[in-house]
Design a protein around this ligand. Sequence first.
Ligand code: ATP
Length: 351
Amino acid sequence: MGKRFRIALLPGDGVGAEVTAEAVKVLRAVEPRLEGVAFEFEEFSVGAGEYLKSGDPLPEATFQRLTEFDAILLGAMGLPQVRRPGGTEMTPQLDLRERLDLYCGVRPVRLYHADHTPLKGYQAGEIDFVMVRESTEGLFFSRRESYAPDAAEARDTMRISRAGAERVFRAAFRMAASRRGLLTLIDKANVLPSMAYFRRIFDEVAAGFPAVRTERVYVDAAALYLVQDPRRFDVLVTENMFGDILSDLAAGLVGGMGMAPSADIGDRYAVFQPAHGSAPDIAGRGIANPTATILSAAMMLDWLRGTAAGGAMIRGAVERFFATSEERTGDLGGRLKTSELGDRIAELVGS
Ligand code: ATP
């Protein structure tokens, strides 16, 4: 019996459509190599462009339809010139995380070529860790608040709930157990009471995973160690805002945003998207690096049931491309177009 997977495509804004098309191209190359597996794609308009058309960046009818799919593959959303009356950008990808309860933000960070890192002495594969970011609360919790310009003060709340912390810690422990067995908690427990609470819950959950070694590092020191010695990390887990910042820093260690895949995973739904935004500075020119999105599609195959071999095929193709070719997109100093890189990786799939 074959298995048909229905995938909702949300190309979004800016470079989103350009990079999503390449991920679909690579998935189409994988499809015939997975016995009995078929992918069916349906595209939806969500994001700043949709806001300009309909007044709602994520129309309710679209949201309802998305819940019928096996997985969601997203490009990027938001444009700096398209803002809500309060001044904030469209962020339907954050709305999706909250509404679909995608609490576990997974960002694998892997060096595919020594030339991609600003650090000295690292070969391909020597930077290889996963950042797990709690994605439904933390310091993003009060993002819907608004303040009048003449307000005397403004506050953002760091919300850490017991249930929210426990579930993301458990996911991070399971991930560490399946890798090199080290989990690093990143917090600010020396200053913020919410973070001391976060750390206590981490310690409680840790007791259930005796095979995983743990360490606890303050967020400022984590920024230092990530640059000084990223080899020491395996899986890192942290709250929403710290994860937001450190995952961009981590992307910078392996070639920038074009090399940084991401998945937002809940107990029932999951969204796969590059860690980058809509990159309006390079959009529309066909020069964005699609690797992050292609690797996010590989994560989607890891997550769907019965397609993990396809995820490994995609990562293998990306690895072989960067190991054997000197061609690169502009962000990595080359002249390759977005679609050409997609072609190269699609050709290498399964070869
Ligand atoms: P957001 O807040 O939505 O995550 P951002 O404003 O932080 O977005 P990005 O859109 O991620 O920013 O872009 C940051 C920088 O990285 C820009 O200079 C952009 O051109 C570059 N960049 C992002 N994605 C890619 C890509 N796929 N290929 C090449 N360069 C990229």
